[in-house]
Design a protein around this ligand. Structure first.
Ligand code: CP3
Length: 350
């Protein structure tokens, strides 16, 4: 990455007059919000919220209206990709996602981009509607799952603890796995470009299960595919900032940033921000990384941890966030207190 190049995320924050420290939360729209639970209970299901632009737009704006956060993130899910590819996804309350048979899906499957984008049209319509409703007051983040994380859901057909099916597939039928990763690379590029085309200002790539891979496999299944995706998106949209979130990869965060050339890196809570401040290349924005459990607990511990993060990153381009998504048991009061605190810290340290 060229050191002289201006950081694209700083550019967007400046364009939208966000300062001094931008703040948003992963899963900022969700079950911890009473207004979300209300809308969700009257809906026909989680995916219906994702595929109905009016509802997706409403939910996207809920946390913005309540907390005046600096950035909005499209309300959708990473699993709309397998769903749109033809491996149907459903969400059973309290059980998480369930996907149709992977074996059936793979039988003679070919990627049909036209059909895929048709299936995802409601998502792009939601992006357009949200952009209209935001009236250019805040940037909108679009997103996608990364190929590895999407592949784990597709092969395991649900959330997994031990990833036994996908590791077995890699060992017994590498060609099939590589074919799946190739389809997913195309699907992710196409989904991200379509969100940019619809008006998304920033893109984030979630690789939530990157940390399940041994070190030597992270290069092959996390870094290489992401580098290729970033490259391809940039060939269409050279100035849209891209944030990577390869959760749980520890020291490999440095290599990930260097090789993928993302504009921002979202850190999980296990990473020391002091270490990150010294080791992540200087032109990459650091996003993160308060432990979501501290937001549930609130109080002095939360404030102290937030201050430590802000101080450690005061010399860096920094977007305040959590190390992972907000959990359903988070009290909304704690979120309001934290947002206020980060605003004060921004005044004091920036
Ligand atoms: O951040 C936001 O507010 C935007 C919306 C968003 C959701 N999911 C909404 C959601 C985003 C960016 C995601 C990403 C996502 N989805 C990831 C990557 C980030 C991460 O958390 O690691 C993953 C792995 C998923 C897959 C997924 N979606 C799971 C495993 C589950 C079930 C677990 C759960 O929390 O119930 C979901 C459902 C989901 N996605 C909900 C929300 C608000 C809860 C749905 C509901 O019951 O109302």
């Amino acid at each position: 990455m060229d050191k002289e190049q201006p950081n694209l995320l700083d550019g967007v924050c400046e364009e939208y007059s966000i300062n001094p420290i931008a703040i948003w939360f992963m899963r900022q729209a969700g079950r911890y919000l009473p207004e979300y639970r209300d809308l969700r209970s009257r809906s026909r299901g989680f995916l219906d919220l994702c595929y109905t632009p009016e509802l997706s737009s409403k939910v996207t704006l809920q946390p913005i209206e309540r907390f005046d956060l600096d950035l909005a993130i499209l309300f959708s899910d990473i699993l709309v990709i397998p769903d749109a590819l033809g491996q149907k996804v459903s969400f059973v309350d309290g059980e998480g996602p369930k996907l149709d048979s992977f074996i059936k899906f793979r039988e003679g499957y070919e990627f049909n981009e036209e059909q895929y984008l048709k299936n995802l049209k409601p998502v792009y319509d939601a992006v357009k509607l949200i952009k209209t409703r935001l009236r250019n007051t805040k940037p909108l983040i679009g997103f996608s799952g990364a190929p590895w994380t999407l592949a784990t859901y597709m092969v395991e057909e649900a959330s997994s603890r031990n990833f036994s099916k996908i590791f077995k597939l890699i060992e017994s039928d590498l060609t099939s796995f590589e074919e799946l990763m190739d389809i997913l690379k195309k699907a992710v590029v196409s989904h991200l470009i379509s969100q940019a085309k619809a008006g998304a200002d920033i893109l984030q790539i979630f690789d939530s299960w990157a940390g399940a891979l041994p070190d030597q496999e992270i290069e092959k299944w996390v870094i290489e595919p992401t580098a290729s995706i970033v490259d391809q998106v940039r060939s269409f949209y050279p100035s849209i900032p891209i944030i990577g979130f390869p959760k749980g990869i520890g020291l490999n965060y440095v290599n990930y940033v260097k090789r993928t050339k993302v504009d921002g890196i979202s850190l999980d809570s296990s990473v020391s921000v002091k270490w990150a401040a010294e080791n992540i290349p200087a032109n990459c924005t650091i996003q993160g990384n308060l432990d979501p459990n501290l937001l549930v607990a609130g109080g002095k511990e939360m404030i102290k941890a937030a201050e430590e993060i802000v101080i450690s990153l005061r010399e860096r381009s920094h977007i305040f966030n959590l190390g992972h998504g907000i959990t359903p048991s988070t009290p909304t009061e704690n979120v309001a207190v934290l947002v206020n605190e980060v605003r004060n810290l921004g005044q004091r340290y920036r």
